[in-house]
Design a protein around this ligand. Structure first.
Ligand code: HSE
Length: 433
């Protein structure tokens, strides 16, 4: 029996949308062999019709209003418009209500409306696929939902933002400061003119929130993700990290212990011996720790036209083959609502950077303040201040401690008579062997 063409409409003909068209044009025969269906683009829509693109779109029916694609004869709508609300939201909602499958690369939308859209997809017996929304070309959704279905996931973490990884890698390689590297990244087109979504950690947090929901079978809750960006990381922190055998990366990490989830995106110091420490530039890495399989490491391009479009087309191919996996891997109604730990409940090692008066007894005074909170020092290094002869820089690595205790100690140090500038700390990733 000859299968009917599988009809697709694409909303958002920007970088990713053009990448999807390019793959569907260039690899048409290959994808037909893979899926047994010919994938046919029946309509496209975007904000701007006439602008330079790296694919020929003149052969496709153009619809001015993207939301109208939900009323087309397409079996599936690809949403690569972006944004957590607005047209992207309206289109996805209407398409699902009209019993059309949806494939989206939009993590912000799903971090906000994912629970509702997942339920809507299930109620209408269609798929809502989102591989491209997390770590670009890395097939992490498939790995988690299908490949690791036998496992309870203890922890999932990784480098989820290529822009931040590029900036931190360059700061480390060149000894350059944050603002100079950010400027260069903007000139090269890696960072946006308004970079907060990336450098503030929010893009990574959207992805982490989705990963946590998949890993721990719990509804998506972005408000429970603690977010800290890379803006306060200095080139000195990176140099000091190296002296202690660490590098610094923006890490998204979610873990579940005794039914309590902690999910956070923060800069982390990582032992240079860890595989993730070697992931430089715009690459992403996701590490999943399952109770039976152990540790899985997936690395690949987390952004860019081809990588992201590759994940979108893989989602289209699955649906064309007739593979329908619920959004969470199980019914949205069966999700367990768990509780969340506060960032202050974190237990781990910390790097502390202080600027203090360089005189007798100061080190002892700092050690006393830390010990009052039960914080034990693992290593300490003192350097003369390059510009201020009466000041010293003090770098301390602590043993494992509760973050709440660390914050109390740093507050006391900050208000002490020997302290010069606000203390600064970076969490150290806890490595499990
Ligand atoms: N801007 C993101 C990054 C890619 O730099 O990784 C899209 O989420």
């Amino acid at each position: 029996m000859i299968e009917k063409n599988f009809k697709v409409a694409i909303a958002g003909i920007g970088t990713v949308g053009c990448g999807v068209i390019s793959i569907l044009q260039n690899n048409a025969q290959h994808i037909q062999q893979q899926t047994g269906r010919k994938i046919e683009i029946v309509a496209i829509s975007s904000r701007t019709k006439n602008r330079e693109r790296n694919v020929d779109i003149s052969v496709y029916q153009w619809i001015d209003n993207p939301v109208e694609l939900a009323n087309s004869d397409a079996d599936l709508i690809v949403e690569t418009i972006g944004g957590e609300d607005g047209i992207a939201y309206e289109l996805c909602k209407k398409a699902l209500e009209n019993k059309k499958h949806v494939v989206t690369a939009n993590k912000a939308l799903l971090a906000k409306h994912g629970n509702m859209l997942a339920k809507l997809a299930e109620d209408n017996n269609v798929s809502l696929n989102f591989e491209a929304s997390i770590a670009g070309g890395i097939p992490i959704v498939k790995a988690l939902r299908e490949g690791m279905a036998a496992n309870k996931i203890n922890r999932i973490y990784g480098i989820l933002n290529g822009t931040c990884n590029y900036i931190l890698t360059k700061m480390s390689d060149l000894g350059a400061n944050y603002f100079d590297v950010l400027k260069e990244a903007q000139q090269l087109g890696y960072a946006e003119a308004e970079p907060t979504l990336d450098v503030g950690g929010f893009d990574a947090a959207h992805k982490l929130t989705l990963l946590a929901a998949l890993a721990f079978n719990t509804p998506i809750d972005f408000s429970k993700t603690y977010v800290e960006g890379i803006q306060k990381i200095t080139s000195d922190d990176i140099k000091n990290a190296k002296l202690f055998g660490f590098c610094i990366k923006l890490i998204g990490i979610a873990q579940c212990k005794n039914s309590i989830i902690s999910q956070r995106v923060t800069p982390c110091m990582i032992p240079l011996s860890e595989p993730i420490a070697a992931i430089g530039g715009v690459m992403n890495t996701v590490i999943v720790e399952g109770d039976y399989v152990g540790r899985i490491i997936l690395t690949g391009p987390g952004a860019g036209q081809n990588a992201t479009a590759s994940a979108v087309v893989a989602d289209i191919a699955d649906i064309a083959r007739g593979i329908f996996i619920p959004f969470f891997g199980k019914q949205a109604n069966d999700m367990a609502t768990l509780s969340y730990a506060s960032i202050e409940d974190r237990v781990g090692r910390y790097y502390i950077s202080l600027e203090v008066e360089d005189k007798a007894g100061v080190l002892a005074q700092i050690a006393t303040i830390l010990s009052k909170q039960g914080i034990s020092i693992e290593s300490v290094m003192q350097k003369a201040h390059e510009e201020k002869p009466d000041s010293a820089r003090l770098i301390i690595i602590t043993h494992e401690t509760l973050e709440k205790s660390l914050l109390k100690a740093l507050d006391e140090i900050n208000h002490s008579n020997v302290n010069k500038i606000e203390p600064h700390f970076v969490r150290i990733l806890t490595v499990k062997k």
